[in-house]
Structures are given as structure tokens and as C-alpha cells.
Design a protein around this ligand. Sequence first.
Ligand code: NAP
Length: 319
Amino acid sequence: MSDHRLVIVGSGPAGYTAAIYAARAGLDPVVIAGAVTAGGSLVNTTEVENFPGFPDGVLGPDLMDRMRDQAERFGAQVVYDDVVALDLTGPSKQAVTADSGIYTAHAVVLATGSEYRKLGLDGERRLAGHGVSYCATCDGALFRGKALIVVGGGDSAVGEALFLSRFGSSVTVVHRRGELRASAILTERAATEPKIGFAWHSAVTDILGDQSVTGVELTDTRTGATRSIAAAGVFVAIGHEPRSELVVGQVATDAEGYILTDHPSTRTDLPGVFAAGDVVDHVYRQAITAAASGCRAALDAQDYLGSLRSEAAIAASSA
Ligand code: NAP
């Protein structure tokens, strides 16, 4: 068991930015970064073109390495382990990890981010890793010369389709409506990429194949008509869900599991527990907005820890 002032759970832009600010404030934060997920979802992206300060773009993994290095430079301790249980209710918070024991702290910043939303199909579960993927950057090169499907209509889906067009013989974006949600710049790029086509008003209702994916069944969302198209890879990019499973029931969340904070602060309904990044935000969900909320969480934690010190000093002087 090791005792600290501040433990930060999660290592995306929110977690590392909280660590930079907290470390510079002398709080000696520990970042429990995840065993295989350190750096958060940006580690699975390629070029990030819209993070300010990088006019030529920056690779997602490089950006996260820089944030981590910046936090470590000021003394943050980064632990590559998974938190398996959290007890946040008392004045001493506990984070139980898989391998490196229990970390206790007076304050905790929850920056656990989000995970890929699933279609919820049997074929999706059965063929995950055998043609069904949630990460084009990770798996795209396995599908050279193959017909590919991307499901979704947001920036992630269109970005994945553009990336996959380097490898696949064709990429069909399957979207449940007749209009993309993605930004204009990505939409324009996809529209002019000859390998990318669209299946509009279509829901994937089955993923076909025994040992590996051979195609998908599509259902027209207006008429209910079904058809099958052949594909060797299905990339699901339909958004994310908050990774709040360890704290649901301890801190207040909304119906979808996003942690509720006392906006514009990052305070949760538990004293000493703060939340930042995608586990709070289902609207903006950008690296820069997550980083900004990580900054606010560190300042809020600093303020809280300062008030604990003041209370202790008052108690000691009146004893
Ligand atoms: P998103 O914007 O929430 O889009 C999710 C897409 O999946 C929507 O088109 C949605 O359809 C569709 N969808 C949701 N549930 C579905 C289901 N059960 N079945 C079929 N389709 C479903 O998520 P995102 O694309 O992951 O983007 C998340 C955030 O990250 C956004 O703010 C985005 O701008 C940002 N982002 C930015 C970049 C960048 O390059 N700047 C790259 C990636 C992500 P509807 O449209 O019908 O709702």
C-alpha cells in the first residue's frame, strides 16, 4: 500500500494534463495509466491535425508520449497497471490495481475515458478479431486488397474509411441515415476518394462468416428490406461509451454512465473526487477539450487539498 496526495486514474489527454498541472503544483501525483491502454484512445489514431501548436499535425501516439514526458519532467509518477477496484467514499480514497498493490490518496481525478460502442450483434462478438475490428490503425494493414466495411457516420467512421482506403480494394461506409455527421473536411475527402462508397439508410443487422468475416447483412432503415454484401473486414466506428464501470454506484452518473460534475468545476458529488475528459463529456470529446478539463480537475484537486491542509492547521492550533 502506498499513500499519496493525488491519484489520477487514466492517461489520455485529461489524465496527463491533470498530471502536468498537479506535478507543477508540487502534489506528486501518481497516474495509474493502464497496463495496455496507456495513452488512451489517441494511441490508436494516426495523424492529429487539430491539436493547437502542431501546424503540421502530430501522430496520436507521439502526442501522448509528449504529454506523459511533460508530466514526468515535473515529477508525476506514471504506473503502467490497471485499476481493478476503487473505493472513493471515505476521506482516504483507495485504488486497487491488478499488479502493483493499493494506492491511497486524499484526492482522486477520474480520467478513464471511453470505450468503443458495440453493435450488439452475435456475429460481432463471434468474429471479433477475425474480421471484426474497432481500430483501423491497429488492424487495417491486415486487409490489403480486401473489400472492407466501415459502420458509422461520424468523424471516426470517415477517418477510419480514409485510412483503410490505403489498404482495402474498396471501403463501403454503412450509415443508418442519409447524411453524415462527420466534419465537412473529412466528408469532402471521403467523397473524392475513389475507393470509398456509401450504403445510406442502412443498418448492419448481421455479420456473416464461420471462421472469419465474409460479409454483412444490411437492412434498409426506411423500408426494412435486407441485402447482403461481401467483405473481409468490418470496422465498427459508431461512437463510444464512458468507462465508468468502477465508479457507478459511488459517484453520480447520468443514465448513460457519464460521470456528473458540478459544472463548470470538475467536482463529483463525492468530496475529493474529480472527473475529467471523455468519461464526463459526451458532447465535445476532443483531445483539446479533454486536456482542458484535466487542467481544471488538477486545479480543483489542488484547491481541495489546500482546504484539507487549512482545516488540519486550524484543528491543530485549536487543540
Ligand atoms: P459520433 O460523432 O458520436 O458518431 C457516431 C456515429 O455512429 C453517428 O453517425 C451515429 O449515427 C452512428 N451510430 C451510433 N450508434 C449506432 C448504432 N447503434 N448503429 C449504427 N450507427 C450508430 O462518434 P465518433 O465518430 O466516434 O466521434 C466522437 C467525437 O470525436 C466527435 O466529437 C468527433 O468530432 C471526434 N473525432 C474527431 C476526429 C477528428 O479528426 N477531428 C476524429 C474522430 C473523432 P447518427 O449520425 O445517426 O447518430
